[in-house]
Write a protein that binds this ligand. Structure first.
Ligand code: GAP
Length: 540
């Protein structure tokens, strides 16, 4: 699937718009339109339903070491600045960037790609920030320009090897920056903290500096004691949160994949240290099957365990659920969700002060005078098991997903081009979004075949009956074939049509978006039929 087609469908049909588009847009920020808002809301609410509200704490689920409880929380975006000092974000949450002295542009070091090329006795590295599908054209165009060659002399360019990323290039003096005209204009890489700064209150000085949260997780850790004290919840249990996070990404790109404002769906699962490995495996597999059940099955989805070098010192396991997004080079996958075994790092950091993640066992990070680098809350975040009397700091398993990335993956997977017969039986090309019915923005559309003979009245009655329970759409404009096509593009799984036969026997046609099968049901049974059809695909 070509990404351009999906991007243009998303705009045309109101799934996604550039933020502040009438002012030229703001890089890294996206708005969800009328269909997009429903799709993303469904992603979030299906996640919350499956992970939190529908969870049966008395059941022993397959693969889980024991029954467990789940609950939720909704924390503020701006939190006490000490949170980010103790969590490590203040000191460590950065990306490496390079600046171009000529174009004054700034790039994320590992996102600059390019190829070595030789011409006229000179070998240079031509870099680019173009999307994968356009990067060869971009480097070729710029290499020709650099060497003062015409397009017809492109065979004079001797390409050497495949695309590399900038960190793989040792000598920056031979690099032609992505927007530069001469060589060697890129600076050595420097660190850039990704947290957005703001000020709390009217004074605006250093003491009032605060940060927009770069993850929802910390709100859960700092409320661990509140949740324990205000409920009768017992370890093992998970606290879930869905909400906005902000990262000042150096080069946001690939549609919504890397945005500066996005939503996360995170669980912090607290368990006994002895059982943490089993719980890690349970969550890794459970989260993978969530995506599969919602339609991301097949080779484009994979679960990748981090190898030892990729793991934080305190983590005994991390896995990423990844999807082969169409904008990535063939064979590359992008992260949808990380499932991390975080040990007791977070609770201890908020209790004792910032820990040094490079120590094992974890030790408090101290300054030159031996004082804590960042002081913790000093609050007791241990857990006492009231049955065994044991007191310990629970270990944490963290399944951390992105709502926007999941939405984008569901859009990519759903996008299909096939053929369907029009009202005269002639095959026509159609674009269809084959969303899982649970995710589809609209569950059904209701049409009168023609705008006469009382058909619109019957169709409106059906629409009103359905509307009480489902997001449905009524359409009586234009040829019925075109109305079907519009619903296919919106990903609506079922269309209900009132036709001549309805006037005789009070039955209507139901059409399935994917199989194109049609069958008749009684007009009075539409609510039951749609309930049955949607229930058929329910998962957890
Ligand atoms: N608490 C752990 C944490 O935040 P992460 O891997 O940095 O881990 C978790 O983020 C998820 O959040 C990612 O797997 C991704 O789905 C989403 N995410 C992270 N940065 C993002 C960005 N710039 N734009 C969109 N989604 C992002």
């Amino acid at each position: 699937m070509e990404m351009d087609k999906l991007v243009s469908l998303c705009r045309r049909r109101g799934f996604l718009f550039q933020s502040s588009e009438i002012y030229g847009g703001l890089n890294g920020f996206w708005d969800y339109g009328p269909l997009g808002v429903e799709l993303k809301r469904n992603v979030r609410s299906v996640w919350w339903h499956d992970m939190v509200t529908a969870h049966n704490d008395m059941a022993h689920l397959p693969g889980a070491p024991s029954p467990f409880e789940m609950t939720g929380i909704d924390c503020t975006i701006i939190m006490h600045p000490q949170v980010w000092k103790c969590s490590g974000h203040y000191d460590l949450f950065h990306d490496s960037m390079v600046d171009c002295r000529q174009s004054k542009r700034r790039y994320r070091h590992d996102q600059v790609r390019g190829r070595w090329v030789e011409a006229k006795g000179q070998r240079i590295f031509v870099s680019t920030m173009a999307e994968t599908s356009a990067e060869q054209d971009d480097v070729q165009r710029r290499a020709l320009k650099y060497f003062h060659l015409r397009g017809k002399n492109a065979d004079q360019l001797q390409w050497d090897g495949d695309f590399l990323t900038l960190p793989e290039v040792a000598d920056l003096s031979r690099v032609l920056g992505p927007d530069a005209k001469s060589l060697g204009t890129l600076t050595e890489p420097r660190e850039f903290n990704l947290m957005f700064k703001t000020f709390v209150g009217a004074l605006g000085g250093a003491e009032s500096t605060a940060f927009l949260r770069p993850e929802t997780a910390q709100g859960i850790f700092v409320n661990f004691k509140n949740v324990l004290d205000s409920t009768r919840i017992r370890v093992p249990f998970g606290i879930a949160q869905v909400g906005k996070s902000f990262r000042n990404e150096i080069t946001p790109r690939n549609f919504t994949f890397r945005s500066r404002e996005f939503e996360q769906m995170e669980i912090e699962f607290f368990c006994h240290p002895r059982q943490s490995k089993e719980w890690y495996q349970y969550w890794r597999d459970r989260r993978m099957s969530w995506y599969t059940a919602l339609g991301l099955a097949g080779e484009r989805l994979r679960l990748r365990e981090h190898d030892a070098e990729e793991l934080s010192h305190y983590s005994t396991g991390t896995a990423d659920i990844e999807y082969a997004f169409p904008f990535l080079p063939p064979g590359d996958f992008g992260e949808l969700e990380g499932i991390a075994h975080r040990g007791d790092f977070d609770l201890r950091s908020h209790m004792e002060g910032k820990l040094d993640p490079n120590t094992r066992p974890l030790q408090l990070e101290v300054d030159a005078d031996g004082k804590p680098r960042w002081r913790g809350s000093g609050k007791d975040l241990t857990y006492r098991d009231d049955l065994s009397g044991e007191r310990y700091i629970p270990h944490v398993i963290e399944p951390s997903a992105g709502a926007d990335r999941a939405t984008l993956a569901f859009l990519c997977e759903a996008y299909t081009e096939d053929e369907a017969p029009d009202e005269n039986g002639k095959l026509q090309r159609r674009t269809v979004l084959k969303f899982h019915p649970r995710l589809a923005p609209l569950k059904a559309a209701v049409f009168p075949l023609v705008k006469k003979d009382g058909m619109p009245q019957i169709a409106r009655e059906i629409y009103a009956a359905l509307k009480a329970d489902f997001p449905v759409f009524y359409d009586e404009k234009g040829a019925v074939g075109r109305r079907y096509r519009r619903q296919d593009e919106a990903g609506t799984p079922f269309c209900i049509t009132v036709d001549g036969q309805t006037l005789k026997d009070n039955t209507v046609t139901v059409r399935d978006r994917d199989s194109l099968c049609q069958w008749r049901i009684r007009a009075d049974d539409c609510v039951d039929e749609l309930t049955r059809l949607l229930k058929r695909g329910e998962t957890s």
